[in-house]
Design a protein. Structure first.
Length: 400
């Protein structure tokens, strides 16, 4: 049997290690105090250290047992009391009057609380957040509005209105000022209407028209027309339509056209309108007035006659084997002229290729060659304007 050596150095367990008086961590100790004649203490002998720690743990254990005994008694008493209350049926959730939330009746406090939350959310949805309401109050610049003229106080300003709040701080202040401003504005509108006899029937517009085929401009004239000075243009426009349904739109200022200039020029050069068609102009005028407060709009339909002649006057001359021609094109845009050479019976001459001219801006001149001497021919011009074809009359000539 191994004999235990009391002065043997032992490794101190992790949970029993401590710092000595010099602050050094003690990780090894003799079983007992190695100095003969010196008393053994928890800091000099491992056995004494273990005993000291074990004694302290026993004390803590006994304290815990005492506390647990106390808790056990109190919990048992509480359980008994709760069971007695439940058995007696005396438990109840407190009730409060819900007022407008539930028809002014008493209800459980948790139910009324739920109604309050739902009501608050509804108010936020309808009115916005408190920060949004605060921003709305500051959005009304009273520093400028305070000194603006008041319609209901002759010579007065807005801040002189009874009840006006010069520096609104709440939504109620804002609504107060808006209501007062609205009432003041109504007074101003009533005064303006009573002082003016101007109505929409005061506008008189008569329209006549003309079309210039060489410039492709429709001109509308307004003889005897008048628009009171109270009015300004509010987005007048017109629509030009040809017989094929092609359309051209244009915005214009009706005050400038009718009152200032007396006419309106409509350039349809770049449009897709047929150059040989009559036109219908839908004239839409829109004007407004602040004194009195009026908005007037109406439509007038104007027919425009187009007297454009598409067939040119053709001049011809010949030699023994050639036929030449020339003409000034009456239409010069969106047009193709085709010149054919026919024999006396009206049949196209073999070898005489038709000659075409698209959008010619200058007089057209051409020649057919390799013809028979002393023979009758016909020069024929066909005109295609935006897809509409016109075959012109024959121009007879005899080679020399």
């Amino acid at each position: 049997m191994t004999q235990f050596v009391l002065n043997k150095v032992l490794t101190v367990a992790n949970n029993l290690r401590f710092n000595d008086d010099n602050g050094n961590l003690v990780t090894q100790m003799y079983a007992i105090n190695p100095i003969e004649g010196q008393p053994d203490t928890p800091s000099t002998g491992y056995i004494s250290l273990i005993g000291s720690r074990l004694s302290s743990m026993i004390n803590d254990y006994n304290s815990v047992l005492a506390i647990l005994d106390s808790y056990n008694t109190r919990i048992s008493t509480l359980e008994t009391d709760v069971q007695d209350i439940l058995t007696s049926g005396a438990t109840a959730i407190p009730q409060v009057n819900g007022g407008c939330l539930n028809g002014n009746t008493n209800d459980d406090v948790d139910v009324v609380t739920g109604l309050l939350v739902a009501s608050e959310c509804s108010y936020i949805t309808a009115l916005g957040s408190t920060s949004a309401l605060a921003s709305a109050v500051t959005a009304l610049d009273t520093s400028a509005l305070n000194v603006l003229p008041s319609y209901s106080i002759p010579g007065g300003v807005m801040q002189a209105l009874s009840g006006w709040i010069s520096s609104p701080a709440t939504s109620a202040d804002l609504m107060n000022n808006l209501a007062l401003a609205y009432l003041d504005m109504r007074v101003g509108v009533t005064q303006a209407l009573s002082q003016s006899a101007i109505t929409c029937s005061s506008i008189n517009i008569n329209i006549s028209s003309a079309y210039n085929s060489s410039t492709h401009i429709i001109t509308l004239y307004f003889p005897g027309s008048s628009i009171p000075a109270n009015f300004t243009d509010n987005g007048s426009n017109l629509l030009v339509e040809d017989s094929a349904g092609n359309q051209f739109t244009m915005n214009f200022d009706v005050i400038t056209a009718v009152v200032n200039d007396g006419f309106l020029a409509i350039d349809i050069t770049a449009s897709t309108l047929l150059q040989t068609s009559n036109y219908t102009v839908t004239f839409n005028y829109d004007v407004i007035s602040t004194t009195p407060s009026l908005g007037c709009a109406n439509t007038k339909i104007v027919s425009v006659t187009n007297n454009t002649v598409v067939c040119p006057n053709v001049s011809t001359w010949s030699t023994t084997t050639t036929v030449s021609y020339t003409f000034v094109p009456p239409v010069t845009t969106n047009v193709t002229y085709t010149v054919d050479l026919l024999d006396a019976s009206g049949t196209p001459v073999i070898g005489a290729t038709p000659q075409t001219y698209t959008d010619p801006a200058t007089p057209v001149t051409g020649t057919f060659t390799n013809l028979t001497t002393a023979t009758s021919y016909n020069v024929r011009v066909s005109v295609d304007v935006s897809g509409v074809q016109t075959i012109c009359s024959l121009n007879g000539i005899i080679t020399q």
